[in-house]
Design a protein around this ligand. Structure first.
Ligand code: ZN
Ligand code: ZN
Length: 106
């Protein structure tokens, strides 16, 4: 599935040191979670790359970008430089985004 941010086809990156892989957008660096199995890496990409996710409540209505910082997951909006972390997992961050933005239907 092409990147919802820029339409680029994602690639599977393997980290030989940790034997983990993740799906990333080579253009805008959108990414899924690191996983041991390829199928899991693609599932994670589809989770964050869902065109049905609610958009940010800012003027530009940016699509959410999921980020990992300091061992925590979070989300942000590139259009207005909003970012918030504090989730243990990527799934938690996605659920948090949906909770906070459900009321603003794009
Ligand atoms: Zn992209
Ligand atoms: Zn925004």
């Amino acid at each position: 599935m092409a990147c919802i941010h820029c339409g680029t086809a994602p690639v599977l990156r393997k980290d030989t040191a940790t034997a983990r892989m993740m799906v990333v957008c080579p253009e805008c660096k959108a990414r899924g979670d690191a996983a041991i199995h390829e199928a899991r890496a693609w599932m994670s990409w589809e989770l964050v790359n869902d065109a049905d996710l609610p958009r940010h409540s800012c003027k530009a209505q940016g699509r959410p970008r999921f980020i990992q910082a300091g061992g925590q997951w979070g989300y942000g909006c590139k259009a207005c430089n909003f970012a918030d972390v504090g989730y243990a997992t990527l799934e938690g961050a996605v659920a948090g985004w949906m909770r906070e933005h459900r009321h603003v239907k794009a």
